[in-house]
Design a protein around this ligand. Structure first.
Ligand SMILES: [Zn+2]
Length: 330
């Protein structure tokens, strides 16, 4: 399925916008207001409503709402594309409890936003609820489209690894450093900058083999851990690490588990995280371009050896970096 079917008129409803105040003597444009008016006014409304009715179904049929990739799975990013029947001034939405802000591509007359599905989301059908604003007619329009989310197949490879005692049995001083890292991550990693800074597809941060994929389960010292929340590249210490897309450096500092840690905010709630770095090439607040070197790889923090762990966060949930890199974006 690459193109969803057009929406049925029943899925679309016009709402009275908050800014369109009805003044005494003005002509109400919504049928729900009719009962407040005299018979003469009702007659006038009837004409008005029939004109509206004539205009609406034709436009209602031409909304195109689609997802890329067309098959949504848990743990994956998704590009929503919306082609409305008329010019809009803004488009926003809600999806799986998250707020979405759309960008407009004038060349294709399409609104788009990057979103995702948490790895914990159970398979099922979920609504994408859209709200469009039209300044010309002072109206807002609500549209709902339902998407199916299927279950992704993540590898069940279990890896026996031995981790140093400073990570499994930290001293009080190390526990303080761990707590500080937890607080910094709470403060920064769920931030949402609605404006889009990413532009075009995300690219790999290093040209290297993958040593561990997203979603795989690891065993540390015999204990099963939560699924791997990133993508590991097999690189020696000192390998340049490139920004996966344009954005602003949110964090560039050393944390206990992450080691040398760079986080880039790409807007629309998307962050990319680069862990275990041996050196920083950017500082917090820097604007970076896709492909710009942000640091050198290493094995700092909790790492069994030099490698690059990258992660993708969208509004507080981790997504599969490999699926994001494979996704063609406008
Ligand atoms: Zn990793």
């Amino acid at each position: 399925m690459s193109f969803p079917k057009s929406l049925q008129p029943s899925q679309i409803m016009w709402r009275r916008p908050p800014f369109a105040k009805l003044r005494a003597g003005s002509r109400p444009s919504l049928r729900g207001e009719a009962r407040r008016y005299s018979a003469t006014t009702v007659a006038a409304i009837a004409i008005c409503a029939s004109l509206l009715a004539a205009a609406l179904p034709a436009s209602a049929a031409t909304w195109t709402i689609q997802a890329r990739p067309a098959r949504l799975v848990n743990g994956a990013p998704v590009l929503f594309q919306v082609k409305p029947p008329a010019k809009l001034d803004s488009l926003s939405g809600t999806w799986l409890g998250h707020q979405l802000t759309f960008s407009y591509d004038a060349s294709t007359k399409t609104w788009f936003t990057l979103a995702g599905v948490s790895i914990e989301t159970t398979p099922g059908k979920y609504p994408l609820e859209l709200t469009a604003e039209r300044a010309a007619t002072k109206t807002s329009l609500a549209v709902t489209h339902t998407f199916a989310v299927a279950r992704a197949q993540y590898p069940q490879i279990k890896v026996e690894l031995t981790v140093e005692k400073k990570f499994t049995e930290p001293t009080p001083e190390q526990q303080a450093q761990i707590a500080e890292g937890v607080k910094i991550k709470q403060d920064y990693l769920s931030r949402v900058t609605p404006a889009r800074e990413w532009d075009g597809s995300f690219t790999a941060p290093a040209d290297a083999a993958i040593s561990d994929v997203f979603g795989s389960q690891r065993i540390f010292n015999g204990k099963a851990q939560s699924p791997h929340q990133g993508l590991d590249f097999r690189v020696p210490t000192g390998t340049p690490v490139a920004a996966m897309n344009a954005g602003t450096v949110l964090l560039a500092r050393f944390l206990y588990y992450e080691g040398g840690f760079v986080v880039i905010d790409h807007g629309q709630g998307f962050l990319t995280l680069y862990l275990h770095l041996s050196e920083f090439k950017v500082k917090e607040g820097d604007q970076v371009k896709r492909g710009q070197i942000v640091g050198l790889s290493g094995g700092t923090g909790r790492a069994t050896g030099p490698h690059l762990h990258v992660a993708v966060r969208w509004q507080g949930t981790y997504l599969d970096p490999a699926r994001l890199i494979q996704l063609p974006l406008p």
